[in-house]
Design a protein around this ligand. Sequence first.
Ligand SMILES: [Cu+2]
Length: 118
Amino acid sequence: MRKKLFLSALVVALPLALAAILILRPTQAKSEGTKASPMEVNVDNFTFGPDTLTVPANSKVTWVNKDDVPHVITSNDGLFKSKALDTDDTYSYTFTKAGTYSYYCSIHPKMVGKVVVQ
Ligand SMILES: [Cu+2]
């Protein structure tokens, strides 16, 4: 009788444990994915969105050109400069040191943005 009870407890507990593992796993993978995913600046309608992006140090920032005209991401102090980005082209730069990094589009200098690294 006791053995039967133990077995039925096992039958209940085992799928529960498996379910817990299956439920917890994607959550873990998700949070890791968020951490590794790059920070994006959308270049759309001649504006950078967001125009000020705040990120922790060692963040890889990716600009994505959503416009149908080319843009060039150029840092004010010459730290980085992209090639001409066509539609859906991307440019990435990894910011290692804290500070405020201003940039503009060298084709359309009125387009300005900032990356604040904390
Ligand atoms: Cu531009």
